[in-house]
Ligand binder design. Structure first.
Ligand SMILES: Nc1ncnc2c1ncn2[C@@H]1O[C@H](COP(=O)(O)OP(=O)(O)OP(=O)(O)O)[C@@H](O)[C@H]1O
Ligand SMILES: [Mg+2]
Length: 253
């Protein structure tokens, strides 16, 4: 059973088709890496899967169907707000630029949504937040504000913040592309540790070595379509498609 499934996803901005029929299923416990050239639609796909953008066509399910084509116009229609709200509880999202609240401490950044959105008891939320801080290697940072942390530390806070909502699947959009190599390593190690715990994850990344090592499946997107997908080692070491080979050759050099 897939945690999330998107079928024949289509999306245009103005007259430009950015997603041209994308189908992706993510089974529980799987790590999917999405790779591909700039402008290929990777972020748009993630934004559609996380309800930050609406699909023009196709369907989206988190266990239950929350968006599907309906009616004579064949366009995608979304479920009622309470159903969408419930679906939002299924996933967490980690962006390139952390998006932490600058004036909140680390602890408060992590506790905010579980308290405010999920309305869980403070003691329980705080205990979990402190556990996550330790797990992310951030012990001692509880009372710091984001500007007192390195980029890698800030990104680990944003991963803790996403995990604090107990999501079924975590989405990452280039979580390390704002970091220098040293800090990249510490964030990738955290994601790798989550993979070892069978956390379901979809990671857009330019780190081919990481995708090869940590992902179960690699999806290569270009021009709004999935050009090729398969087991990570197969796609990265022995790509079938010419476009994938060209892209990987560019990433090497
Ligand atoms: N809100 C928007 N309005 C108009 N055009 C958009 C919008 N968002 C994305 N696009 C366009 O859609 C195309 C795909 O963009 P997207 O950000 O999904 O690509 P990407 O694969 O994530 O690229 P990158 O690797 O550079 O992050 C691009 O041509 C982009 O300019
Ligand atoms: Mg992008």
């Amino acid at each position: 059973m897939s945690v999330v499934s998107i079928q024949d996803a289509r999306k245009a901005f103005g007259g430009t088709e950015v997603l041209r029929g994308i189908t992706l299923e993510v089974p529980r416990g799987e790590v999917v890496a999405i790779i591909g050239p700039s402008g290929g639609g990777k972020s748009t796909l993630l934004r559609c899967m996380t309800l930050l953008e609406r699909l023009d066509g196709g369907s989206l399910s988190y266990g239950e169907v929350i968006a599907a084509e309906q009616g004579a116009d064949g366009r995608t229609h979304y479920a009622k707000p309470d159903v969408l709200k419930q679906a939002r509880g299924c996933f967490g999202l980690v962006f390139q630029n952390y998006n932490l609240f600058p004036h909140y401490t680390v602890l408060k950044n992590i506790m905010d949504a579980p308290l405010r959105v999920q309305k869980r008891p403070r003691a329980e939320v705080e205990a979990q937040a402190r556990e996550l801080i330790a797990k992310m290697g951030l012990a001692g940072c509880e009372d710091k504000v984001p500007c007192q942390l390195s980029g890698g530390q800030q990104q680990r806070v944003s991963i803790a913040r996403a995990l604090a909502l107990n999501p079924e699947v975590l989405f990452f959009d280039e979580p390390t592309s704002a970091l220098d190599p040293e800090l990249t390593g510490e964030v990738l190690r955290v994601i790798k540790a989550l993979a070892a715990e069978q956390m379901t994850m979809v990671v857009v990344t330019h780190e081919m070595g990481f995708a090869r090592e940590v992902a179960d499946r690699v999806v290569f997107m270009d021009g709004g379509v999935i050009v090729e997908e398969g087991p990570a080692a197969q796609v990265i070491d022995t790509p079938r498609e010419q476009r994938t080979r060209e892209f990987l050759a560019r990433m090497d050099g």
